[in-house]
Design a binder for this molecule. Structure first.
Ligand code: ZN
Length: 327
């Protein structure tokens, strides 16, 4: 069963919000579009593995998608984590085109496509590093250290060809196509027969993992060296995608396609939180969404039921923990 369900990663939401507000002719669009395509491809790979994870018995396998956990100064991010009474398992998803050559002696991955070679970080070393980080997290949070942690690198596209140079026992053991994942996981963990966690301990660890998750909030404007002023202001029409909708008789109306939508400003709020800041004031909201009246902005912000601090004019509204509630 999913404890932290499969959902579109925050990085993808941010990139989509950025492209939604960057003018068509902006010079940085091609680079950002390329980065988004790469992230979407990664997510597609995760969804491909999720299909197989659905075949695991619900009550014995606790699944977390996209966990980002702190270990002291740094964080580490796991595509998936599988928790059982007998072991913990980390599938490391990779979605590559072409032929992959695992060069284990040199700890590198070579991707061959259209007769060209490209080098990547060795995913087996990466998965091992994640295992080590999870052990550190476990130690910091005082969970028993005698629970075995297994891992596999999962190549999600069945058309990707996996090859290994001679003398690559780890690659042969730890790299699989998605459709072989379950079989190999059970094979690797079949020696782990002792039930270390009872039901209560599993629930406790699950809760701790969930509460420790820190969403990855990249400063995208900083990353691409963009300023807020380069973003298109206003409320976007949900139907034709054009800016800005006009506020008329308590609703938003598109001057181009005449679509009416009472809640179209929520999307602007959502974009602001994803791209600019995790808190907003009445003034900042008016500037960003193109709202003339302070009273209207107050009404809309109050109705959005955001967490806030301060009173009246000094009120600051915060990004909700789960932005789905804004939709
Ligand atoms: Zn429209």
């Amino acid at each position: 069963m999913y404890i932290k369900p499969l959902s579109l990663p925050e990085e993808i939401r941010q990139l989509q919000a950025l492209l939604g507000r960057l003018p068509e002719e902006h010079e940085k669009r091609p680079l950002i579009e390329k980065d988004l395509a790469k992230q979407l491809r990664g997510f597609k790979g995760e969804k491909a593995l999720a299909y197989y994870l659905d075949f695991l018995p619900e009550k014995d396998f606790y699944i977390f998608h996209n966990l980002r956990l702190p270990t002291g100064k740094y964080h580490f991010q796991l595509d998936f984590l599988i928790l059982t009474a007998r072991y913990i398992f980390i599938p490391e998803c990779k979605n590559f085109f072409g032929t992959l050559v695992f060069d284990e002696p040199f700890k590198q991955l070579i991707r061959v496509m259209n007769n060209e070679e490209e080098g990547f970080q060795d995913p087996v070393s990466q998965a091992k590093w994640h295992k080590k980080q999870l052990q550190d997290w476990r130690g910091l949070n005082h969970f028993p250290s005698d629970v075995p942690i297994g891992f596999l690198v999962v190549i999600s596209d069945p058309a990707t060809i996996i090859k290994a140079v001679p003398n690559s026992p780890e690659t042969r053991r730890h790299v699989v196509h998605a459709q072989v994942f379950l079989e190999r996981m059970h094979e690797l963990m079949k020696g782990c027969k002792r039930e270390v966690f009872d039901h209560k301990a599993l629930r406790k660890l699950s809760k701790k993992l969930l509460n420790s998750h820190v969403p990855n909030n990249t400063n995208l404007l900083g990353k691409y060296n963009l300023s807020v002023s380069e973003l298109t202001r206003g409320v976007q029409c949900p139907e034709c995608g054009r800016f800005p909708m006009k506020r008329k008789h308590g609703t938003w109306e598109c001057p181009y396609c005449h679509t009416k939508d009472k809640n179209a400003h929520i999307h602007a709020l959502y974009d602001y939180f994803l791209l600019v800041n995790s808190s907003i004031t009445n003034k900042k909201f008016r500037d960003f969404a193109g709202i003339g009246s302070e009273d209207t902005a107050t009404r809309l912000l109050t109705k959005a039921k955001l967490p806030f601090s301060g009173e009246n004019r000094h009120r600051i509204y915060f990004k909700p923990k789960n932005m789905e509630i804004l939709r």
